[in-house]
Design a protein around this ligand. Structure first.
Ligand code: AMP
Length: 189
């Protein structure tokens, strides 16, 4: 059997969420999206939501201490025991190290990091289209540019982190949902 503890890494708009849902359906494992969880916390008006909202609206990263807590709590739930698709977490070196430490405490480890590769101009166009459809408050052009530079500065270095662990698979993220899904499936087998 292929990998069941996986992480989708990639710039904003690369299709992580869409592909994560395909993997959920295929493997019967949960998607763990810190972005979705944080948006839920904002909508519910919780303390975590209040702490996260300003960063999210500006397209900046929510502080590690907040996000790591959210992710750890979710990963500790029973449905993540036999596998999970991480989507949008980790995004910094500190988060990646915290994840490794948590999984080690749980007696397991990450099996594959699938990095979706796509050029920035296509992604900005895609995100601006999504902004019109979904009305996400962090999808204005300025915020999208901020999210791109945050990705390059803080998250892209994780590609090397997982390459060194020898669990990295780089996948071309441009093309139809079906085409990309097929490439990911090959990378996981
Ligand atoms: P996403 O839906 O994954 O694009 O996340 C939306 C926003 O939530 C990001 O722009 C960040 O402000 C915040 N966020 C989500 N995941 C993380 C994370 N792992 N670390 C820091 N901030 C995050």
């Amino acid at each position: 059997m292929g990998a069941r503890r996986m992480l989708l890494l990639g710039p904003p708009g690369a299709g992580k969420g869409t592909q994560a849902l395909r993997l959920v359906a295929k493997f019967g494992i949960p998607q763990i999206s810190t972005g979705d969880m944080l948006r839920g916390a904002v909508a519910a008006g919780t303390e975590i939501g209040r702490r996260a909202q300003g960063y999210m609206d500006r397209g900046e990263l929510v502080p590690d201490s907040v996000v790591i807590g959210v992710a750890e709590e979710r990963l500790s739930q029973g449905d993540a025991e036999s596998g999970f698709v991480l989507d949008g977490f980790p995004r910094t070196a500190a988060q990646a190290e915290a994840l490794d430490a948590l999984l080690e405490r749980m007696g397991t480890k990450l099996e594959r990091c699938v990095a979706l590769v796509a050029d920035e101009d296509s992604l900005v166009t895609r995100l601006l289209g999504r902004a019109q459809i979904e009305g996400r408050s962090d999808d204005s052009e300025d915020t999208i540019r901020t999210r791109m530079s945050v990705y390059h500065e803080q998250t892209a270095p994780l590609i090397d982190y997982y390459r060194k662990q020898e669990i990295l698979a780089e996948v071309d993220g441009l093309g139809s949902v079906e085409e990309v899904a097929k490439r990911i499936e090959e990378a996981l087998s």
